[in-house]
Design a protein around this ligand. Structure first.
Ligand code: ADP
Ligand code: MG
Length: 634
């Protein structure tokens, strides 16, 4: 196990595999069989082909024959082990041959597309048009009986499975952005296939191999059973079964023993193959076949009583803690966040990427996916009610209703197949008992309100027909559709260019003033904060490190982190102002240091900063900071 895997806390592929009891027992049985087969040359066994007419058809455990003897007096144990060796070798070789050629065809067809794809796939279709064991028989009949020919036949009839599977996966990958990027970087087709596509296709190839090798061993045995594979006196499992068939009633052990071995072999391989598939298939990976629940799990061990909400607040958040469990590791994405949101005010939540802003916002209405997320503690109060413990139906009636979200990228939140008018209608009708015509009228009004020109006509547009700024206006219109009291805007302008960003900000501010809604505005950009926010809370590593009015924060930032964030904002006309990136990286939230989480990046930090628990302490009127040095200086 590499150190990297250890750190990520994700269960390794091997751990996942071992946790699967069936797959593990398959592996154990298969290992024993393979070991015995490999040891055949050094075990004290009689030669598998040595006949002893006097010792015919001895029962198992009789007369020095552990598994008895066959109709020519040959030792069955010896033949079984040698035969198993042959069967596995042939089945495995056939799988490798089929996987190689099938994958090659699939990769080329999927990557090249067009005519190449068409002709290759029609060829594959032709092979698939024949019942496949019949085709194998025809091939062996044409080539003549023999183990090698059986191997070729089995390989050929299995090529289509690989070709089709791999083509499908390649087709999807070949049109992905990272392949375009590789092409733009000047890589040739062969290198793209080998370095970009093949590594992504490899799990599918391995899965297909592990799930077909059992069948191929069975098919080899089938051909040998019919006398087309291994030729006497050579033993393989199929030919042994075939020879024993005539003696089924007089000496059943001669056929039962190889039959049992075929059963064990194919069973164990298939069980193992399923296990490998479960581990490698990205859709089944991370052990979760489950979809996230519709509401974040509430894992708080206290049930907060019906406490009154602070007067004059639209929402009160107290000591909110949200964690993600990934494997054994717990990521404390939000580690005790408290803030009030007053009606009509705009509170900015600012911090670097990964500081927990989005998770905070999503936690308010149980929108954090479970698994892996869960609420570990705290309270969120709205109209006196504890939202973290609210029922799903209650949350659903609030989502998009009294509490609405505007997300960063409207292209991914708007449905590509419905017109924007339809989508706004849907948002309205989810919360208001309006007919379609009325809802449509209201949708057009909303589009007008967010200043979309020609709203009547644009309502019939699909999201892709609009520019980024327009789409974000639609996103805002949807959030306003049901007269929200609280708006949560998560980086609503980050995906837009600067001029459009300014327009959208202005619009958002005006609409918020008009409706007197509270706005929780999330951004990483202090430049935006000064434009729109009344108060600001600065987040670092899942906690608020400073909170105060925009004026206080911008003119008298107390926390070193806040100061550095403000220094990151370019100022027009002040060319001498150097833009500084904050050195170092934020701590990973599964291993937070003691004391101040920012200490490692802070020039003023000393040893005392790395001890104990730091509190968010008020310095002056409603200006609080989580920093020892700032507190001392004040
Ligand atoms: P931002 O401040 O940029 O919005 P987020 O709130 O999205 O940051 O993320 C905060 C932390 O939570 C990050 O460290 C991130 O890795 C972690 N996180 C977010 N979503 C998940 C998830 N679904 N599974 C695991 N970790 C997550
Ligand atoms: Mg975010």
């Amino acid at each position: 196990m590499s150190g990297k895997q250890k750190n990520s806390g994700r269960p390794t592929a091997w751990r996942l595999f071992v946790n699967n009891r069936l797959a593990l027992s398959g592996l154990v049985i298969l290992s024993v069989i393979i070991l015995l087969a490999l040891l055949a040359p050094i075990l004290p066994l009689a030669s598998p082909d040595e006949t002893a007419p006097a010792q015919r058809l001895i029962r198992p455990l009789g007369d020095g024959y552990l598994l008895g003897s066959d109709h020519l007096g040959r030792d069955l144990l010896s033949r079984l082990l040698w035969g198993t060796q042959v069967s596995i070798a042939v089945g495995l070789s056939a799988t490798i041959v089929a996987a190689f050629f099938g994958s090659l065809i699939g990769l080329v067809a999927g990557y090249a597309g067009g005519k190449v794809d068409n002709s290759l796939m029609r060829g594959i279709d032709m092979v698939m048009a024949f019942p496949y064991i019949l085709l194998a028989l025809a091939i062996v009949a044409a080539l003549g009986p023999g183990l090698m020919n059986a191997l070729y036949a089995i390989a050929v009839v299995n090529i289509p499975f690989f070709a089709r599977n791999i083509r499908g996966v390649t087709l999807g990958l070949a049109r992905r952005e990272f392949v375009d990027a590789a092409r733009l970087s000047g890589k040739g087709h062969i290198r793209i296939l080998l370095t970009e596509i093949l590594p992504n296709v490899l799990p599918t190839i391995v899965i297909t191999m592990s799930t077909t090798v059992g069948w191929m061993i069975l098919e080899t045995a089938g051909l040998s059973f019919l006398g087309l594979g291994a030729q006497p006196p050579q033993a393989d499992l199929g030919s042994m079964l075939g020879e024993g068939r005539k003696l089924l009633f007089t000496a059943p052990h001669v056929s039962i023993i190889p039959g049992l071995m075929i059963f064990l072999l194919v069973m164990s391989i298939n069980l193992m193959g399923d296990g490998i598939r479960d581990v490698l298939d990205p859709r089944l990976k991370s052990g979760a076949l489950s979809r996230p629940m519709a509401k974040t799990e509430d894992a708080r061990n206290i049930t907060p009583g019906n406490r009154d909400q602070k007067t004059g607040t639209a929402m009160e958040v107290m000591n909110l803690r949200t964690e993600f469990q990934v494997g054994q590791e717990i990521y404390k994405a939000v580690g005790g966040v408290s803030f009030d949101l007053r009606p009509g005010e705009c509170l900015g939540l600012v911090g670097e990427s990964g500081s927990g802003k989005s998770v905070t916002a999503m936690s308010l209405l149980g929108l954090v996916p479970t698994p892996p997320g869960r609420i570990a503690g705290g309270e969120v109060r709205y109209e006196g009610e504890d939202l973290l413990g609210a029922s799903l139906s209650r949350l659903q009636s609030l989502r998009g209703g009294k509490i609405a979200y505007v997300f960063q990228d409207p292209l991914s939140t708007l449905h590509p197949l419905f017109t924007v008018g339809d989508q706004i209608c849907e948002a309205i009708r989810a919360h208001q008992p309006l007919g379609r015509a009325e809802a449509w009228k209201r949708a057009v009004e909303l589009l007008n309100k967010v200043r979309i020109p020609n709203a009547e006509r644009r309502a019939h547009d699909y999201p892709h027909q609009m520019s980024g700024g327009m789409r974000q206006r639609v996103g805002i219109a949807m959030a306003l559709a049901n007269d929200a009291e609280i708006l949560v805007a998560d980086e609503p302008t980050t995906a837009l260019d600067v001029t459009v960003q300014a327009q959208v900000l202005k619009l958002l501010k005006e609409l918020q003033r008009e409706s007197d809604a509270a706005l929780l505005f999330i951004t990483h950009d202090f430049g935006v904060v000064s434009e729109i926010c009344d108060r600001v809370a600065v987040m670092y590593a899942g906690r608020i490190v400073e909170v105060g009015s925009t004026d206080q924060i911008l003119t008298r930032p107390a926390h070193p982190y806040t100061r550095k964030l403000i220094d990151c904002v370019p100022v027009m006309g002040r060319r001498e102002k150097r833009l500084e990136a904050i050195a170092g990286l934020p701590p990973v939230v599964n291993r937070l240091p003691a004391g101040c989480a920012f200490a490692d990046r802070c020039e003023a930090a000393d040893d005392d900063c790395r001890k104990g628990e730091l509190l968010l302490e008020e310095m002056s009127d409603r200006h609080a900071v989580r920093c020892r040095k700032a507190k001392e200086a004040a």
